[in-house]
Design a protein around this ligand. Structure first.
Ligand code: MRU
Length: 364
């Protein structure tokens, strides 16, 4: 996608062939800064500190983290160290495990002298594949959007939670890819953007990227969605996911479940965009997904631009009040209207997913 006319991905290899470059998402929307990663430790910190975030991008970043490790040391010991260090960076998005398992399985049998180049090659493939997958999610979601009629007025109103746009992936996004495709196809569409406390990925990232692409949108408080749905102002919800189980339970940013409940109560379709590496075929019940507990400071403090343009952080709780910060929740499959993947659209169920991924059927 473009930033001020210049095409960007969220992660890429610099011209020196070793350094990895990423957009620092902790500084958006106030500053656009590109960071260099020269070591595996910098990649690990970048994922942990959410300089890069979003399940598909976390997977690509972990793959490049393995490549950076191999750039300095191609030994078996380093392969194991990079795998375990990166795996511990964030627990919920299963794309991390998917990418690290993929790299480890490919690199371990190789002679050490071949590991560096193989790791960079595979990381680049994963990034390219993610961009293409997301483009196809967009096409498949566009097919759904074309079938919808506005409940009010001339334009369709979508509602999204958190950031599942191009910033959460390598390019295009998952939930936002169909919206970009619809906008590009000339379908009048407007997006209600949940601010997404506590880190405000909706307000700071989704609003930013929609604005850069010229998609009409309005940021709303997280609690506003139910009211808008009751008043016919939402035609469909679409969100991303950090891990979806074999039977279609959807783990996503905290607050997603409440939107799905409100959508269900109001007959609003609730779609989930996801690439295949986000499906955890080893789990059935979404309650078994590890939910990341982040720092209470994300709840007790809030950052924003001050009157003179500087970014400031302020405390918003009474001194001494404790805060808790579960970062994800699980929306049961029964509340999901359909899953939108790179292979097509399916019901949120094991049978639905297997209709698109028959190779995942268990042997009888
Ligand atoms: O904690 P984050 O920002 O990494 O969470 C990821 C998200 O933005 C969402 O949960 C998203 O909908 C899934 S990733 C496409």
């Amino acid at each position: 996608m473009k930033v001020d006319g210049k095409p960007y991905r969220t992660i890429w290899l610099s011209d020196d062939g070793t350094t990895v470059q990423v957009i620092d998402q902790t500084l958006l929307p106030h500053r656009f800064v590109v960071r260099d990663w020269r070591t595996m430790e910098e990649a690990e910190h970048g994922i942990r500190a959410m300089i890069v975030r979003g399940a598909p991008l976390i997977g690509a970043a972990a793959a490049y983290g393995m490549a950076l490790a191999m750039a300095t040391d191609t030994s078996d010991a380093m392969l194991t160290k990079a795998y375990t260090t990166l795996m511990a960076s964030r627990p919920t998005a299963v794309n991390l495990r998917w990418a690290l398992d993929d790299l480890h399985e490919r690199l371990a049998p190789l002679p050490p002298a071949q590991r560096r180049d193989a790791a960079y090659r595979r990381a680049a493939e994963i990034a390219d594949e993610d961009a293409e997958i997301c483009r196809r999610i967009g096409e498949n979601g566009l097919g759904l959007i074309r079938q919808l009629k506005p409940r009010q007025g001339e334009r369709l109103n979508a509602l999204t939670h958190c950031n599942a746009g191009w910033l959460a992936t390598v390019d295009w996004g998952t939930a936002l890819a169909p919206i970009y495709q619809a906008h590009n196809a000339g379908i009048p569409i407007h997006v209600w953007v949940d601010e997404t406390r506590p880190r405000n990925q909706g307000a700071s990232l989704t609003a930013w990227e929609l604005a850069k692409h010229g998609v009409p949108h309005t940021v709303i408080a997280d609690n506003a969605g139910g009211h808008l749905m009751q008043h016919g102002q939402v035609d469909f919800c679409i969100v991303g996911t950090d891990r979806t189980t074999r039977r279609g339970d959807v783990c996503n940013k905290i607050g997603t479940y409440l939107k799905a409940l409100a959508a269900h109560d109001n007959g609003v379709p609730f779609y989930v965009g996801l690439p295949y590496p986000t499906i955890d075929w080893t789990l059935e019940d979404g309650r078994d997904i590890p939910i990341e507990e982040r720092s209470a400071a994300e709840v007790s403090r809030i950052a924003g631009r001050g009157p003179t343009g500087e970014v400031v952080t302020v405390d918003i709780l009474p001194e001494g009040s404790p805060a808790a910060n579960p970062a994800f929740d699980v929306t049961p499959a029964r509340l999901v209207t359909a899953l939108v993947t790179e292979r097509g659209v399916c019901p949120a169920s094991e049978a639905g997913l297997l209709s698109l991924y028959p190779e995942r059927a268990r042997a009888a």
